[in-house]
Design a protein around this ligand. Structure first.
Ligand code: FCB
Length: 441
């Protein structure tokens, strides 16, 4: 069965930051520090999904989805990141899973979508190798409770973005500005992934995946310096996370990373523990030029000549086809089946006087990207699912509530949910899919 879903993440929608024994995460700390997020927005309340989850499951059911990707808040399950389990936190996900199953929707949980327990950050977070083993313990705890009903698990969401924004550039929690010294945070996440795959399987998980953010990299020119920089960017954004996972080795980074002294014997074999699917989040391609003076081996030259989202991200549907066929060409038989675990766009969606939200640009975005996915499949890429980001407008990290990605509009003052045009469009699209699937079989 092809999985058709929407995706969300715990800190972006749940709220209830202090309820039922939930511990503090690095995002609670970061968002409350002055100047870290736009207008000082925090996820304290977000979409209040922790209380309104029944309504949100009903919205998904109305959409006709057969899958839902959400994330589990580690500090809700283990307030200190390890040790004593917070039963009330785990109960929340247990109820959610049952409600999804009752609605015919397969739950697809992600174990880590950036909300590390603060207690673990206080010991170095992902810069500390121990965090990898602690992550696997947490994975075993959650799967011990849910794996009887949850077949497919995602370990990490976008370890690249967490490393780059959280540890290298200081734009996301935990807010470190380490530039290329952030690399241990990549390695320890990957190691944690490998250990978690083993722990999940031991706890009865049938399928395990990891979600990477990937981007096609376009050199700004054919000049040698731009080509070299584009290659470095491709290595640091894409191959650093896909090569060890799929090939059991790191790409050559010696030109800009002097030592991999965090790497120990056996780590790569653990990281390359076979997975059942690779999750891909695609938003846009990246255009790269020779470095300027900021200590990184590349510079972002910006993609021009395409429409842009409210975020300013270029809309390039064919980039998805390019990415998928590029992965197939690069990894060939080592590439597992692919799930598009996120794809979507932010728009300034303002309800009209009659309350409707005509987000026609989002409809065009989805149509274009779904066609590009189909094209990649026709070119031989094995894609098994597509999850639109996102079900609801939500807390968009450093941008706070300013970027709306939802198929459903959320009025953050009242928590009122209003399906947008794109929601209605996706529902009709899914109905048509079901019809073709039924005629095919
Ligand atoms: C991805 C994140 C997701 C969301 C989208 C817009 O990088 O995984 O949480 O913020 O971007």
């Amino acid at each position: 069965m092809f999985l058709w879903g929407t995706a969300t993440a715990a800190y972006q929608i749940e709220g209830a930051a202090r309820e039922d024994g939930r511990g503090v995460s690095i995002w609670d700390t970061f968002a409350h520090e002055p100047g870290r997020t736009r207008d000082g927005h925090t996820g304290d309340v977000a979409c209040d999904h922790y209380h309104r989850w029944r309504e949100d499951v009903a919205l998904m059911s109305g959409l006709g989805l057969n899958a839902y990707r959400f994330s589990i808040a580690w500090p809700r399950v283990l307030a200190q990141g390890r040790g004593e389990v917070n039963a009330r936190g785990l109960d929340f996900y247990d109820r959610l899973v049952d409600a999804l199953l009752a609605a015919g929707i397969q739950p697809v949980p992600t174990l880590f979508h950036w909300d590390l327990p603060q207690a673990l950050e206080d010991r170095g977070g992902w810069l500390n190798r121990d965090t990898a083993a602690v992550f696997a313990e947490y994975a075993a705890t959650v799967a011990g409770r849910l794996a009887d009903r949850v077949p497919l698990w995602i370990t990490l969401n976008e370890p690249f973005v967490h490393m780059a924004y959280g540890y290298a550039m200081g734009l996301h929690a935990p807010g470190h500005l380490l530039l290329t010294d952030a690399l241990p945070a990549a390695h320890h996440q990957l190691l944690g992934h490998g250990l978690a795959v083993q722990a999940l399987r031991a706890a009865g998980a049938r399928q395990v995946a990891l979600t990477n953010n990937c981007t096609p990299v376009w050199p700004a020119s054919q000049e040698e310096a731009d080509l070299r920089a584009a290659e470095a960017y491709d290595v640091l954004h894409n191959r650093l996370f896909n090569d060890p996972l799929l090939l059991g080795k790191y790409p050559d980074m010696s030109a800009y990373i002097p030592t991999l002294d965090f790497l120990r014997d056996g780590d790569l074999a653990t990281i390359a523990t076979p997975i059942d699917a690779l999750g891909i989040n695609y938003y846009n391609p990246t255009r790269i030029a020779a470095p300027t003076a900021d200590g990184l081996p590349f510079a972002d030259a910006g993609v021009t000549g395409f429409p842009t989202t409210a975020f300013g991200w270029p809309v390039v549907p064919d980039g998805l086809r390019e990415l998928l066929t590029g992965l197939k060409a690069r990894y060939d038989t080592a590439l597992p089946p692919i799930l598009i675990t996120e794809n979507g766009c932010s728009q300034d969606d303002v309800p009209a006087d009659d309350g409707t939200i005509e987000d026609t640009a989002r409809v065009a975005f989805l149509e274009g990207h779904l066609a590009a996915m189909r094209q990649a499949m026709a070119e031989g890429v094995d894609v098994r699912g597509y999850f639109a980001w996102s079900l609801l407008d939500n807390f968009e990290w450093a941008e706070g509530y300013h970027q709306r990605f939802g198929l459903v509009h959320v009025d953050f003052a009242t928590q009122r949910r209003t399906p947008k045009r794109s929601y209605h469009w996706f529902r009709e699209f899914l109905k048509a899919q079901n019809r073709t699937q039924n005629t095919d079989t």
